[in-house]
Design a protein around this ligand. Structure first.
Ligand code: NDP
Length: 313
């Protein structure tokens, strides 16, 4: 049996970022610089890391960015006022509100307040509706992680039209928009979730299996059709070395590197698909280095797209 193809998210993300950088140059030549405002509330460590990485990528690609970091105690009303100010500023093309927000903040009200033309996360109901309508992806601000999944499939030449695609997970951020994009690309789509009966019956039929669940190694090798394309969205940190031994048993090709990495950092990251399942696939996105690498690239792409569309180009 041929070994599975690794769908290298880092490489694809680099291609997309290079294209975005070219587009930024053209924008600057045409007299404007795309701009992103990031709102980071409080001091959630993971959010700080994500935001830092977004701001850094903007700088690399020539996109203007600014950070707003209200204190944890900020009210919904104060945040709405900030969003209104950003909506009104012509040099700001994209507004990103880093989630999760503190519990006392009305997240949906805030996301709805971001002007749809600046909604680079694609969470505004108008953009969600456009996605359902089948608006051309060129003219749409769509959620970044599922948009990254489609880029991986398309740029890797994985046939989508007519394929049986199964999405496990139905969140508004990943599962649901991924399903809509796959439908728009003419896959036959099944969406599964925690109430699905006999999940394996569906996953075994998948030519393309998207796992966005949030549980380490939840999709096991026996749930996967041999030769399928596996798209693993999950990001789960293992901190127990017994788990590392369980997921990378004796004989697994990645065992050595994983154990070494774990010994250095006391943790390792895996997805929602067990590593053994990748070995029987036709192609798969690794974790780390798969879909996760694309999310920021798609945010950059959405920012230049918003800048272009707001100027009627
Ligand atoms: P959510 O927790 O919002 O959604 C998880 C989904 O999985 C839900 O629809 C849930 O079903 C379903 N689910 C949970 N348990 C089961 C089960 N036992 N059987 C079948 N389905 C189940 O997570 P997200 O969609 O936000 O994220 C999913 C994963 O992707 C996480 O690991 C997250 O870290 C990662 N992620 C990665 C990103 C990236 O950049 N690569 C970006 C965003 C997320 P139900 O609706 O019934 O509860």
């Amino acid at each position: 049996k041929a070994s599975p193809r690794v769908l290298d998210g880092v490489k694809i993300a680099a291609e997309i970022k290079a294209e975005v950088a070219e587009e930024v140059k053209r924008a600057v030549a045409a007299g404007y610089t795309p701009g992103l405002a990031v709102v980071l509330v409080g001091n959630v460590a993971a959010s700080q890391i994500y935001v830092r990485s977004k701001v850094k990528t903007c700088a690399e690609l020539g996109i203007y960015s600014e950070m707003h970091t209200p204190d944890e105690s900020v009210t919904t009303e104060e945040l709405l006022k900030l969003v209104e100010e950003l909506n009104a500023r012509p040099e700001i093309d994209g507004i990103l509100i880093q989630l999760p927000l503190p519990k006392h903040v009305d997240t949906q009200r805030l996301l709805d307040a971001v002007h749809a033309s600046k909604d680079v996360d694609g969470f505004h109901p108008l953009n969600a509706g456009r996605l359902m309508n089948g608006t051309d992806p060129k003219d749409l601000l769509a959620p970044c992680t599922p948009a990254g999944i489609m880029e991986v499939l398309q740029r890797s030449g994985i046939p989508v039209a007519g394929a049986n695609a199964v999405v496990v997970g139905r969140s508004n951020i990943v599962g649901k928009p991924a399903a809509a994009m796959l439908i728009n690309a003419s896959a036959t789509v099944t969406v599964c979730h925690s109430r699905t009966k006999d999940l394996a019956k569906f996953t075994r039929e998948a030519d393309i299996l998207v796992a966005a669940i949030g549980r380490p190694g939840f999709v096991t090798a026996d749930m996967v059709k041999p030769g399928a394309t596996l798209i693993d969205v999950g990001i789960n940190r293992l901190t127990d070395d017994a788990e590392v031994h369980q997921f990378f048993p004796e004989g697994h090709p990645d065992r050595e590197t994983r154990l070494e990495g774990f010994a250095k950092r006391n943790s390792t990251v895996i997805g929602d698909i067990e590593p053994a399942a990748f070995l029987k696939s036709g192609a798969y996105t690794p974790v780390p280095g798969g879909v996760g690498a694309l999310t920021i690239a798609m945010l950059m792409s959405n920012t230049v797209k918003a800048a272009r569309m707001r100027r009627g180009k």
